[in-house]
Design a binder for this molecule. Structure first.
Ligand SMILES: NC(=O)c1ccc[n+]([C@@H]2O[C@H](COP(=O)([O-])OP(=O)(O)OC[C@H]3O[C@@H](n4cnc5c(N)ncnc54)[C@H](O)[C@@H]3O)[C@@H](O)[C@H]2O)c1
Length: 344
C-alpha cells in the first residue's frame, strides 16, 4: 500500500516509518517538522515527505494514497494547556479536514492515533476492573478532549468505503531516534542517569498503562492489513496488560535499570487525576498474532543504554527532548508564529 504517514518526523513516526517500509508499504510522510532536530544518536533516514502544516493540507498531498496513518498533533497535555484553541484547531479541526480529504480521494483506511487519556479520571475505585473500549470517555484536558472530538467526527464519516480506526495508545516509552523525554518512563530514566534520583512528583499510586514505541508501530502495521470487518469504525486500546503499572512501580523498574540510582517519592497529591488499568484484548482479537513484545523493565534498560551511548546532557534532556520547551524556544526565536506555524 501507499501510506501517508502524518507526524513522520515525531517520536512515534520516526519509529513507525521503517516498520511500515519493512512490511512492504510505500511510505510518504507529512509533517511541519516542529521537532525534526530533536535527534538523539545517528540522524534517522526519513521517507520522502511533505513539509507542510496539517492545517494547510490539500487534496494534492493525498492523491494516490491507499491508507492514512494520522499521528501529527500537539502531542501532550502541557502543549494542549499552552494554547487550548490551537490544540483544537490542529488536533481536532485539521484532523477532521484531513479525514474528509482522504475520504474524497478514495482512501479506504484511516488509522487515527488516539490515546487512553480519553478515559480520564477513573470512576471505578476497584482497579481490578480493567477499562475496556466501551468505558465512558471523560477527558480531563484539552489534549484528551481534542482526541475524543476527532473520534466522534471520524465515526460520522465512516461508510462502506471509508474505515476510520481509533488506536487508543497507552503512554509510550522507549528509544526513538527522535526522542521525547517528557513521557514518564523516558523522563525517569533520564533523571536517574543525570541526578542519581528517580524523582516521582506524586505519591506514586496512580496506575499508568505503558507501551513501547516499537509495539505501537507494529500495532499500526497490523491494523493497516487487518480484515476490514475486524477494524472498521472501531476503537482499540493499544498496549499490554503486563505494562499496566503504578508510577511507583515504573520508578522501581527504572532504579533497577540504572545502577546507583534511588527512588524518591515526594508524596504530594499529583495534579493529574488519571489512574486506570486497561484491557487490551480487543486488538489482539482483531489482529491475531499481534502482541506487545516490550516490558517496562526492558524499555528502561534500552533507554539507559541509549542515553549513555549517545551522551545525554541535562540541556538536551530539559530542552531539546521536551516538546513544550522546543515550541517555546521556536516561538522566542521567531521560527514559528503565534499560531505555531513554521516561518521557515
Ligand atoms: N507518545 C505517546 O505517549 C502517545 C500516547 C498516545 C497517543 N499519542 C499520539 O500519537 C501521535 C504521535 O505522538 P508522538 O509522541 O510521536 O508526538 P511528537 O510530538 O513527537 O510528534 C508529533 C508530530 O506531529 C507534528 N505536528 C504537530 N503539529 C503539526 C501541524 N500543525 N502540522 C503538521 N505537523 C504537525 C510534529 O512536527 C511532530 O513531528 C500524537 O497524535 C499523539 O497524541 C502519543
Amino acid at each position: 500500500m501507499r501510506v501517508l504517514l502524518t507526524g513522520h518526523q515525531g517520536y512515534l513516526g520516526t519509529v513507525m516509518a521503517p516498520v511500515l517500509a519493512a512490511a512492504g508499504h510505500e511510505v510518504v510522510g507529512l509533517d511541519a517538522g516542529l521537532f525534526s532536530d530533536c535527534v538523539l544518536g545517528p540522524p534517522p533516514a526519513d521517507p520522502p515527505g511533505h513539509r507542510v502544516d496539517l492545517r494547510d493540507v490539500t487534496a494534492e498531498h493525498i492523491a494516490g494514497v491507499d491508507a492514512v496513518i494520522h499521528l501529527a498533533a500537539l502531542s501532550n497535555d502541557p502543549l494542549g494547556a499552552l494554547a487550548p484553541q490551537l490544540t483544537y484547531d490542529i488536533n481536532h479541526h485539521a484532523s477532521v479536514r484531513l479525514a474528509r480529504l482522504a475520504r474524497d480521494a478514495g482512501v479506504r483506511r484511516f488509522l487515527y492515533a488516539s490515546t487512553c487519556s480519553v478515559y480520564g479520571a477513573a470512576d471505578d475505585p476497584d482497579v481490578s476492573n480493567l477499562v475496556t473500549e466501551d468505558a465512558p470517555l471523560r477527558p480531563v484536558t484539552p489534549y484528551a478532549e481534542s482526541k475524543v472530538r476527532v473520534e466522534d467526527d471520524l465515526h460520522a464519516l465512516a461508510d462502506g468505503d471509508f474505515s476510520p480506526v481509533f488506536m487508543r495508545n497507552a503512554t509510550a516509552f522507549g528509544y526513538s531516534p527522535r526522542l521525547r523525554a517528557d513521557i514518564v518512563l523516558n523522563n525517569l530514566v533520564g533523571h536517574a542517569l543525570l541526578s542519581g534520583e528517580v524523582l516521582v512528583l506524586s505519591d506514586g499510586t496512580p496506575w499508568r498503562p505503558l507501551v513501547h514505541a516499537a509495539d505501537i508501530a507494529r500495532a499500526f502495521a497490523a491494523a493497516l492489513v487487518a480484515p476490514r470487518e475486524s477494524v472498521h469504525d472501531r476503537a482499540f486500546n493499544i498496549g499490554s496488560e503486563i505494562n499496566n503499572v503504578t508510577v511507583a512501580e515504573i520508578a522501581e523498574q527504572v532504579a533497577e535499570a540504572v545502577s546507583g540510582s534511588r527512588v524518591v517519592i515526594t508524596g504530594e497529591t499529583g495534579a493529574d487525576p488519571r489512574s486506570y488499568r486497561v484491557d487490551f484484548s480487543r486488538f489482539r482479537a482483531a489482529a491475531p498474532g499481534f502482541d506487545c513484545e516490550w516490558t517496562v523493565k526492558q524499555g528502561a534498560l534500552e533507554l539507559a543504554d541509549a542515553y549513555r551511548k549517545h551522551g545525554l546532557t541535562r540541556e538536551d534532556f530539559e530542552r531539546r527532548f521536551t516538546r513544550l520547551a522546543v515550541l517555546r524556544a521556536a516561538s522566542d526565536a521567531g521560527a514559528v508564529d503565534d499560531t505555531l506555524r513554521r516561518r521557515r
